[in-house]
Ligand binder design. Structure first.
Ligand code: FNR
Length: 353
């Protein structure tokens, strides 16, 4: 495979149509989904010349975890729909690539089993846990405890989902439940029995404050698009912002993640890391996002395509393809390290007048 697009195509052929559409689809007219990728194509790089060195250092510290490149894996649900090894394969591949994996609360494997798989590859594997706050605080607390016990070193609270998104592809297929034998494993062994993951519009900043007080782990807010929310998050002492429109799966009328990034980066002003996901498919996308103020970028669907195409090896290919492309793009931009990626490298495609 020579590009993420090729792995996507193989995955499309391998997956059952309803599972492919569950992974690939977005909300409503899929405007945000498409724009996440298109927005990168509206931007262009103005490379610098004559770097004077063949060495390029791309490792980055993300809230205490060293990542070998500024690309991490965003949380996506139900990996066992993509491949029978599911999240275990993903955890091994991401550990081998020495970057951060954000495990979804909606995984088809428990966080404990994912952590064990990652640690078997690399005892220092970096694993964060993604959480939807549940209105039953006992459930939230239990999940946080399990993630902490599993060795997760940060919590990523997804805040863009007060209600479920409308996915018309799923409705067309009648895809509402996981097939027999698969379950959201983190939600199974709970007091009172298994539960569904709940999206709750009643949650507020106070609930986040409560979570803040209940754990010493760093907290990243995922799904921030409004600069004012980014400012509030920093003022209230949260540790990171993940600029994301949920891969175009929640509110369809939102901007592409990369278009929302510059204002958020400006408001945050370097006080906490600003992460981004949505539409990252090429090394040049990583360069553009870092130049516009991201500390690192996440990939969602490409990991699912790698997994569906070839299990653990497919996910490794995705990460190594992006690593290679990013390093190459950095070289072509005259960069020696991440600090060289500054805003002046990015311009809008089209003639300058
Ligand atoms: C997601 N995403 C997501 N986010 C989250 O916080 N918790 C979750 O359980 C999921 N589940 C999920 C399932 C599927 C099938 C997709 C495609 C996405 C959103 C994900 O973390 C991320 O924001 C986007 O996928 C990033 O966009 P790209 O890289 O897919 O374009």
């Amino acid at each position: 495979m020579i590009s993420l697009a090729e792995l996507h195509e193989v995955a499309r052929q391998r997956l059952a149509p309803e599972h492919y559409d569950y992974f690939a689809g977005g909300a409503a007219d899929e405007i945000a989904l498409e724009d996440n990728e298109q927005a990168f194509r509206r931007l262009a790089l103005l490379p610098r010349i004559l770097p004077g060195s063949a060495r390029r250092d791309v490792a980055v510290n993300l809230l205490g975890a060293w990542a070998s490149m500024p690309v991490f894996v965003s949380p996506t649900a139900f990996h066992r729909l993509a491949h029978s090894d599911g999240e275990l394969a993903t955890a091994r591949a991401v550990a081998a690539a020495r970057t951060v994996l954000i495990a979804s609360m909606a995984a088809t494997t428990t966080i404990g089993d994912m952590a064990a798989a990652a640690r078997a590859v690399d005892p220092d594997a970096a694993l964060w846990f993604q959480l939807y706050l549940q209105s039953d605080t006992e459930v939230t607390d239990l999940l946080v405890r399990r993630a902490t016990d599993a060795g997760c070193t940060a919590l990523v609270v997804t805040v863009d989902s007060p209600v479920f998104g409308h996915h018309e592809r799923d409705r067309r297929h009648g895809f509402t439940d996981l097939p027999e034998g698969l379950a959201a494993e983190n939600m199974r062994d709970l007091p009172g029995g298994p539960r569904n993951i709940e999206m709750s519009p009643v949650l507020s900043w106070d609930d986040l404050e409560r979570l803040r007080a209940s754990t010493s782990l760093p907290l990243v807010l995922k799904g921030v698009l409004h600069p004012e929310d980014a400012r509030l998050a920093v003022e209230r002492g949260f540790d990171g912002i993940l600029v994301s429109n949920h891969g175009g799966r929640q509110l369809d009328a939102v901007p592409a993640s990369i278009d929302a990034l510059p204002r958020i980066a400006e408001v945050v002003g370097g006080r906490v890391p600003v992460l981004l996901d949505g539409g990252v498919r090429r090394g040049t996308d990583v360069v553009i996002a870092l130049a516009l103020g991201a500390t690192a970028v996440g990939i969602g669907r490409p990991v699912l395509w790698g997994l569906a195409a070839d299990g653990e090896s497919g996910v490794r290919q995705v990460l190594e393809l992006l690593r290679g492309e990013f390093d190459h793009a950095l070289a072509l931009c005259g960069g020696r390290g991440l600090a060289d990626l500054t805003k002046d490298l990015v311009t809008v495609r089209g003639p300058e007048v």
